[in-house]
Design a protein around this ligand. Structure first.
Ligand code: 5AD
Ligand code: SF4
Length: 444
């Protein structure tokens, strides 16, 4: 067997793509390993969303060059590939700056990896494929394997036509594309046959899904009918939260009561400049409608601070919205100008100090909201899919229905099962639980 190491940066789409790359390379004799040393092939599956993410790739490449040289000194080869959105956005630049890189492959062409690898092993030389082919890569991917996991990602949609003015995704991932519903159901059946208990549908703009007659709501219903025990989806755009999808949160019991719905800013002026196509009140109304059908829905969001021209008052609107929404969690970022996006050319760029101060203030509010949400879960009983070992001996970890990490001590026998847990401690970033059966025993 040959050793394959894949390092994944960025979003769930990349996590999904990395798993599929491993599936694709398995027939060539590559088996995944946990570290780049001794690997016959290393893939960096990269993210271009913010400058920092893209920079990391070049520093990793510097280190990998030494690994590759060390192997060459032993007379062995290491194929080095850069995949993902940095590959798509600056492929030629990578080949120039890092001439020891063998392959550059974009997110829409990685189904061609096997032939690229074969060519690289045979003839050597650098190869790059960053097309946006007409035929979707999904037609060429093998059926997904669960690789022993009980929670799996399933890609249903890719790309984005929204063109938010700060975002590179429409350029790196290409136009919106939805997979046919029948293909998705077939993949879901395969995953369930392999023991998967939770499927998270992923897409850059997942609720723009239109591969069936009834959009994402219809797809979720079809998956629930198929018997998938737990369903989630990410990431959504507020404008695409249609009536049917909102209703789905009320009437599909398998759909977990958690939604990641990025709002980016609480200021109408900034939302407009971001080309988000919705106001702060539109967003509030969507949340209100969701909570009407699913009162315990836990809400998560994304925020950008320091977008060009953001005033103190605009930023205050964002803080106020965070307080009002009672978020269960949220991600927040300093605006990072991305080459080729409209906002990068605006003259009203803000200084780094303002961005940093605003980020710190926003994160304080978000952390407070998250802690309050976690505390509100104390004493509740919730079904948790414990899907991985924890850091301590015998400890297992899973996600609550509301997406919090939940730890159980001495729970090894509960691994890869859905178990009713009583929440006994709430921490800033996680919960501790004990199985309800042991609660009953202790008090009996
Ligand atoms: N700068 C900062 N954050 C960004 N995001 C996307 N583009 C940028 C950028 N240029 C954030 C958004 C998005 C999340 C995935 O990353 O909040 O929802
Ligand atoms: Fe980027 Fe906006 Fe598309 Fe999300 S909706 S991927 S932020 S362009």
């Amino acid at each position: 067997m040959k050793k394959l190491f894949i390092k994944t940066f960025g979003c769930q789409m990349n996590v999904y793509d990395s798993a599929r790359m491993a599936d694709l390379l398995a027939p060539l004799g590559y088996a995944p390993v946990e570290a780049p040393e001794q690997a016959d092939m290393v893939i960096l599956n990269t993210c271009h969303i913010r400058e920092k993410a893209a920079e990391k790739v070049y520093s990793d490449l510097g280190r990998l060059r030494l690994d590759k040289q060390a192997r060459a000194a032993e007379g062995r080869n290491m194929i080095l590939a850069v995949a993902g959105c940095v590959a798509q956005a600056e492929g030629a630049e990578i080949l120039r700056r890092a001439p020891f890189v063998d392959l550059v492959v974009g997110p829409q062409t990685y189904h061609r990896l096997p032939e690229m690898v074969a060519r690289a092993s045979r003839a050597g030389g650098q190869q790059m494929d960053t097309d946006f082919p007409v035929e979707p890569k999904f037609d060429y991917l093998p059926r997904p394997g669960a690789a022993g996991a009980t929670s799996a990602f399933l890609s249903v949609q890719e790309g984005c036509d929204k063109f938010c003015t700060f975002c590179v995704v429409p350029y790196t991932r290409g136009a919106e594309y939805s997979r046919p519903q029948a293909d998705i159901l077939a993949d879901a059946r395969t995953l369930m046959d392999e023991g998967v208990l939770e499927i998270t549908l992923v897409g850059q703009n997942v609720n723009a899904y239109h591969g069936g007659d009834a959009g994402l709501g219809g797809l979720l219903r079809a998956l629930a009918d198929l018997g998938v025990p737990r369903l989630r989806y990410t990431t959504s755009h507020p404008v695409d939260m249609d009536e049917d999808l909102i209703a789905a949160h009320g009437d599909i019991p398998q759909l977990m009561p958690f939604l990641h719905l990025p709002v980016q800013s609480g200021s109408d002026r900034i939302l407009e400049a971001m080309n988000r196509r919705h106001s702060r009140d539109d967003f509030r109304r969507v949340v209100e409608r969701l909570r009407r059908v699913r009162p315990d829905l836990a809400l998560s969001s994304d925020f950008i601070v320091g977008f060009p021209g953001e005033s103190d008052a605009d930023f205050q609107d964002t803080l106020d919205l965070v307080d009002e929404l009672q978020l269960a969690q949220a991600y927040s970022f300093k605006y990072s100008p991305r080459p080729g996006t409209p906002a990068a050319n605006l003259e009203s760029q803000l200084p780094e100090e303002i961005k940093s101060a605003r980020l710190a203030a926003l994160q304080d509010r978000i952390n407070a909201a998250q802690e309050a949400f976690n505390r509100s879960c104390l004493g509740l009983v919730m079904p948790v899919l414990l899907d991985r070992p924890g850091r301590h001996d015998g400890q297992v970890v899973g996600r609550s229905p509301y997406m919090q990490a939940v730890h159980v001590d001495a729970g090894a026998a509960l691994l890869n099962r859905i178990t009713d847990l009583k929440i006994t401690a709430a921490h800033p970033n996680s919960l501790t639980g004990i199985p309800v059966s042991s609660v009953t025993k202790a008090t009996a």
